[in-house]
Design a protein. Sequence first.
Length: 215
Amino acid sequence: MNTRPLTESECAMMRSSFDGKYAARDAALFELGIRTGFRISELLAVNVGHVYQNGKMLFSVTVAKCWMKGRKRSRTLPLNTAASHAMLRWIMDAGFNAPEYADQPLFCRQHTAKRLSRAQAWNIIKQAAMKAGLDTDRVACHSLRKTFATKMWHNPLINKDMAKMAKILGHQNYNNCLRYLEWLDGSLENAVLGSDEIGEGIQFTRAQMIGSHTV
């Protein structure tokens, strides 16, 4: 399935849809995903001690290379404040703030210390999207990574620099980054149409271009 990124409003709706005993866990999984762009297998590899030590949250999180795609190198990213707060809330709710829980999987299954499976994580995200009233056809775990990628692409500090995008997504090949970007503003189509049309104020969105052509 070709998943899609979430908009800001959809992210807000998702946050409000997590409920039940494990709402804090699910919210932390979601927040870490859209704030780091880690793949779901990488998110599920995070232990409590990777983000929380000596009674406080760390400033970065590292996923060991054994959990990374290709298993060639580890990946470290700074922890966004929203992600830190969400994870701390779950750590405190679950009682994982004692030193002996350092090796405890952060995102564990109900009533057990085992890690969530990819299928369980998929169900968490899918159910939350349904509760939020979103069109779930293209929403799944990979939507979190694509949401992060899309936000970074439009971030002025990244400034649509493909080298920076490859670095922040953990890609060795720049071309791989293209799969994570949604060209929602129609900029590519308008560039192809040429400067004359754009100069005259004639601009087209993807939907207009596709919708106006039937065979």
